[in-house]
Design a protein around this ligand. Sequence first.
Ligand code: LFR
Length: 495
Amino acid sequence: AAETAFLAVDLGAESGRVVLGRFSGGRMALEEVHRFPNVPVRLPDGLHWDVLWIVEEVKNGIARAANDGERIESLGVDSWGVDFGLLDRDGCLIANPYHYRDPRTEGMEERAFDRMPREEIYETTGVQFMPINTLYQLLAMEGSPLLQAAQTLLLIPDLIGYWLTGERACEFTAASTTQLCDARSGGWARDLLEKMRLPGHIFGEIVPPGTQLGPLLPAVAEETGAKGGLPVTSVASHDTASAVVAVPAENENFAYISSGTWSLVGVELPKPAIAPGGMHANFTNEGGFGGTTRFLKNVMGLWLLQECRRTWAREGREYSYEELARLAQAAPGGGPLLDPDHPSFLPPGDMPGRIRRFCRETRQSPPGEPGEVARCVLESLALKYRWSLERAEEITGRRAEVVHVVGGGVRNTLLCQLTADATRRPVRAGPVEATALGNLMVQAHARGYLGSLEEIRAAVRRSPVELHDYEPMGSADEWDGAYERLRGVMDAAAH
Ligand code: LFR
């Protein structure tokens, strides 16, 4: 029998999961009790998350776990970063949260730089410049009565936690994604907030991962059949932070790729590395568990394929991810390459069309069939991983002996192999459910079952999770050539 059990709510951009973790003998065994699609909704005013549906499905998941009769010791919520809800003075949600891919942030970087030079923003926050950041989303709301009515800003995991417990808190790892925090002190960057003319009073107390948020509200306990008083723990509530906790690394000489809708490529540091090199390569210093810094770069990730798939499905051609992987495997290598991080790929839309346009504009012959498109995307991602890895090593002076790939993208075995080939490093892939596992491990830590991050990672390695090793294959010279081509394409696309 399990010593104890924890419940992880893990919300991703494509789907949400509720995962039960049975903890015994220093190992965590996972059981997915509920999974639901996360489908954004387009309204005339923009692209939104369906946050009411999400909280309903979270409750359905809690109910399923509770009905299993398992004694659950605590529950934690993690989700994607940067997005938020605003509460009014009565604690009511003011409007439906926006999706970070909504284009209303266009031009907001320029507005921000008028108020504080780009260098100073980076020097303060250490966060990479991306239009999706909370900073630019809030600037886009300037003058809105919604912002005027706001008393409290809660990032998505904190918002769900609030609806479950009635308690408000700003968890540190999630807050660190906003580009509104001081990377050194870990608090809100009050001077920056002021210069940006943002209402300082909506940013509440920041709490570290592992903080007890409070018990489930009696009404939620009743609705779900969960035991009254079930504690909710603020975990490393940024999904990427949870995923990095569950990297099965044996020492500090590793890089990680948290592979899902986004690919987060980087290293773990004892403190932020804020330097001009990091700003130019657009690396971020996000907060990690146990006082660590996640020094990483957002690479556009499997979003490119997800969006192709959606476009093809609308045209009546349905491909599963497995089918696409098979077609990509069969397609010839060495074709056209993309810079996956070109801004034209960020918003939802006709991704195959944009990929063709990118190729024409960089004087490459565009991929045709879905298998060729998928091959082009996967090779480009693997080569951009190499670029990111080399920059991370250059800036931090570390050397990654192994690249750990974690998250849903682990299932894409072709991408894992291409990653080993392109980076010329051994790749260790797994666990697939790193985010949920990291979420559960931080709860076990908070309840006193595990000590340091090292102990947590040892427990990850003991846990019944699948790990697969990939060695670099193919010719190093050919991959060096492909890498030079990627760099040429990146330069051509930047001009
Ligand atoms: C991954 C992730 C990234 C963040 C992006 C948007 O799921 O959380 O870390 O940059 O989504 O929130």
